[in-house]
Design a protein around this ligand. Structure first.
Ligand SMILES: Cc1cc2nc3c(=O)[nH]c(=O)nc-3n(C[C@H](O)[C@H](O)[C@H](O)COP(=O)(O)OP(=O)(O)OC[C@H]3O[C@@H](n4cnc5c(N)ncnc54)[C@H](O)[C@@H]3O)c2cc1C
Length: 410
């Protein structure tokens, strides 16, 4: 059965009403998502940090996670309802849980789960991945920032580009690989570390990105963390990373697909009347918009299938990474189609009085570009997908990583 059907059936009505009531009671207008992420302000960040603690206490932040770790013990249908309702209300809700949570379920010791997983799931702690270094992002195995053992501690040195972060955050954790053995071969020379913030030696500088999502440079100067903050063995970091990257590279899928840009395009076709004509009356533009709509929905169906497989723990080989590649291609193609239909109006931003639809399409244009880089570059997702299918240079078929789902969906 399709998740969407499940989520919209009567069984979930009570829960849907409960979520709506919470949103109406708790989210003032000024704390909703602005059209342009660049307009997000610090006050809003802190508001949602606090609200996430409330959501965490209700088990709504990580709905499917086991109750023993602070999760909701709920089903995949509950996740769908939460995402749908939050998005419909204009409130932020992550489509996927923080990747560290899945890593700790697969690789963490019980002590690590208590110290890091429980506060993450309860919303008390926030997690940021630190993978990309200034010299390289795609080739993660070339990681150069070092971790050197000193008794029961590790001393970390290096830097990253692009992680998220807030300087005045009081309880965060950065996670990712560090080079533990310069002599060991590639893929066997890394450890996977959790670095709490604030901690002495870990500093920030803001990046100014196209999308305005608050990325940073971070610097680690003799940062000391205990051995307990190493997840897996000190040469096992690449395998541990696999669990994090599988989630990031489409392995969890999602049943929620942001239809706004396509809906906006369709409504522009129908309503933008000039000299008595609408774009929808032009057969060429009709064709372009129909292609955009069809391709968007093909991706959605593939992604829904992935999330259905994921939650039901059906063995997946290539489904997530292939869907991820297709989704990225589609985002870019649809941005071009939107420009063809709307012309330069698609490039007028949220603060331009002439911008159609509040400037939402301009934001989508920028997002479609950044979507080719975040989570590893587009070319690398093609390499990952090719390996899973067995059509990469070596022709070997890469094994799937362990499933991180914590419930049975349907
Ligand atoms: C909005 C945004 C958010 C991000 N968030 C995070 C974050 O939270 N944490 C984090 O660690 N990083 C984050 N990143 C960084 C992102 O993961 C990197 O940008 C990405 O991995 C690419 O790395 P790079 O920028 O160093 O480019 P490079 O790896 O230097 O790639 C440059 C170009 O070369 C191509 N290329 C590289 N290798 C190959 C190859 N083998 N075959 C073919 N072509 C290749 C790439 O496709 C690309 O076009 C974010 C990036 C963006 C844009």
């Amino acid at each position: 059965m399709d998740f969407r059907e499940v989520a919209s059936n009567e069984k979930m009505d009570g829960f849907r009403k409960e979520v709506r009531a919470w949103l109406e009671k708790n989210v003032p207008e000024e704390m909703k998502n602005p059209v342009d992420s660049d307009d997000r302000h610090e006050e809003r960040y802190h508001f949602w940090r606090e609200k996430n603690k409330e959501l965490g206490a209700k088990g709504w932040l990580y709905p499917t996670f086991p109750k023993q770790y602070g999760g909701g013990g709920l089903s995949a249908e509950h996740v769908d309802v939460l995402i749908e309702e939050f998005h419909a209300y204009g409130a932020p809700y992550a489509k996927r849980p923080n990747y560290l949570a899945g890593v700790l379920l697969v690789w963490g010791t019980e002590e690590q789960r208590q110290e890091f997983l429980v506060p993450l799931v309860k919303g008390e702690m926030i997690g940021y991945n630190k993978y990309t270094e200034p010299h390289s992002g795609s080739d993660l195995a070339s990681y150069q920032s070092t971790a050197v053992k000193d008794g029961d501690m590790w001393v970390l040195n290096g830097s990253n580009a692009f992680p998220g972060g807030h300087e005045d955050e009081t309880n965060a954790v950065y996670f990712g690989p560090m080079l533990t053995d310069k002599e060991a071969p590639r893929h066997r020379n890394l450890g996977f570390f959790m670095v709490p913030y604030p901690t002495p030696g870990l500093t920030f500088k803001r990046m100014n990105t196209l999308q305005g999502t608050g990325q940073c440079f971070i610097y680690l100067d003799d940062v000391r963390v205990p051995n307990e903050n190493l997840v897996g063995g000190d040469h096992q970091g690449w395998q541990v990373m696999g669990t994090a990257l599988e989630q990031e590279h489409g392995g969890n899928g999602t049943n929620y697909h942001e239809e706004k840009p396509i809906d906006n395009l369709v409504s522009y076709m129908q309503r933008n009347r000039k000299e008595g004509k609408i774009p929808g009356g032009d057969p060429v533009l009709q064709q372009i918009a129909a292609e955009a709509w069809n391709e968007f929905h093909s991706v959605s169906i593939m992604d829904t299938r992935v999330t259905w497989m994921y939650h039901n723990k059906i063995k997946m080989q290539w489904e997530g990474p292939v869907t991820f590649v297709y989704a990225r291609i589609n985002t870019l193609r649809n941005a071009a189609r939107i420009r063809e239909v709307m012309g330069m109006y698609a490039l007028l931003g949220a603060h331009d009085p002439l911008a159609p639809q509040g400037g939402a399409q301009e934001v989508h244009q920028r997002n479609s570009l950044q979507a080719q880089h975040g989570s590893g570059s587009f070319n690398i997702s093609k390499v990952v997908a090719a390996r899973r299918i067995g059509i990469s240079r070596t022709r070997e078929q890469a094994a799937p990583t362990p499933n991180t789902a914590t419930n049975f969906g349907v």
